[in-house]
Design a protein around this ligand. Structure first.
Ligand code: ZN
Ligand code: ZN
Length: 373
């Protein structure tokens, strides 16, 4: 007898997980072929029964059925955790298994300067990244440091530093090429700003004053840093990062140069939408933008069609000490000219080759209350 909760419902081409696993089959695992032939029923149209014998094609086990996904083409099953890269949850839309998609092959973006310039809408490619503005910024910081300041006060006044692009133009081209590769693989467009699309939340909905408990203001000096970084980006002076494809984690981001603590890494960008409308969304890289007192006013950033390097940065497992140790970025939401913005900033020194991680669930605790208004 098949209980209702054992059935996999398939509606609108989507795969739903089972809510409860059936009791384990007792007795022998294998039956003689003759036995099977004698009792075999003629091939019948696919019904709910068909889906109750699903095994994972990778590990051959049928256990943990709630974590098995079925291919919408061949009906083969896979555990979410047996897939490479691992799938975080059951996909909402149609899903095709590795053999139906021919494995995941990432086509490299052509490493041609002109194509990179077009892709990132670079306005004027420069060959000398350390420009006047950045140099002036660093000399000012050095001057400030020399003035002896009590440690406590110094800590409190820590400023966000602009990133320092790699000096070698070829290396920068490679970094941008790796990002273009990842974005095109996900059919995304590059966008370094929050975007407001028709039918989604309008820009006027992004108001920091709606934030429950208030949102910290980005200090004037830090706003300048943000501007310096944005200007650099428009000139093709990107942060020293590369996007790498990891068979297990999918796309991840690595430092391509040593990065100092407190360095601005990137803003989190994408389409802004109401949280309410996205609650059942499949977009794994959705980011909270505004947690309003009125929940209908809460906003999220959805980098499913447009975005930048931020959506490829990995999250730590904040349940384990090992996971927490990996964290090298913090994600903070700020009030910038009355609007909410999400910034990723280094929270310790990062060495070249290190993978970038932040805590997907950790930003709520980052609020220094002294900035509340
Ligand atoms: Zn498996
Ligand atoms: Zn398949």
């Amino acid at each position: 007898m098949l209980r209702e909760e054992d059935v996999i419902f398939r509606s609108n081409g989507s795969v739903r997980k089972r809510t409860k696993a059936p009791p384990p089959e007792s007795g022998k695992k294998y039956r003689p072929m003759g036995d099977i032939m004698r009792t075999a029923k003629p091939v019948c149209p696919v019904n709910e029964d068909y889906y109750s014998y699903i095994r994972c094609e990778q590990c051959r086990s049928g256990e943990r059925e709630d974590e098995l996904v079925l291919c919408d083409r061949c009906d083969m099953g896979y555990h979410l955790y047996c897939l490479r890269p691992i799938a975080v949850r059951v996909p909402v839309g149609p899903w095709f298994c590795p053999s139906c998609t021919g494995g995941r092959t990432v086509r490299r973006f052509p490493q041609l300067q002109k194509m990179i310039v077009d892709f990132f809408r670079i306005q004027q490619l420069t060959n000398a990244p350390e420009d006047e503005e950045l140099r002036a910024f660093h000399s000012e910081v050095r001057k400030r440091r020399r003035r002896s300041m009590p440690l406590v006060r110094h800590k409190k006044m820590r400023r966000i530093l602009p990133f320092t692009p790699s000096k070698d133009p070829k290396q920068r081209l490679e970094q941008m090429c790796s990002l273009a590769t990842a974005l095109t693989a996900l059919q995304m467009e590059f966008c370094n700003d929050l975007t407001y699309m028709p039918g989604m939340a309008p820009r006027s909905a992004n108001k920091a004053i709606y934030e429950k408990g208030g949102m910290q203001l980005l200090a004037k000096k830090d706003k300048e840093t943000l501007e310096i970084c944005r200007t650099m980006y428009r000139r093709g002076e990107c942060p020293p990062l590369v996007v790498v494809f990891d068979a297990c984690e999918g796309f991840t981001v690595q430092a391509d140069k040593d990065i100092k603590d407190m360095t601005f890494i990137t803003e989190y960008t994408g389409d802004v939408d109401y949280l309410e409308k996205r609650e059942d969304d499949d977009c794994d890289s959705m980011m909270t933008l505004l947690l309003a007192t009125k929940t209908s006013q809460s906003l999220v950033v959805c980098p499913d069609k447009r975005g930048n390097i931020a959506c490829f940065i990995s999250g730590i497992n904040n349940y384990t000490l090992e996971g927490r140790k990996k964290q090298n970025l913090k994600c903070v939401r700020y009030n910038v000219d009355g609007e909410c913005r999400v910034l990723l900033v280094a929270c310790r020194d990062i060495t070249r080759g290190e993978r970038l991680y932040y805590d997907y669930n950790g930003y709520e605790q980052e609020y220094p209350t002294e900035h509340f208004f």
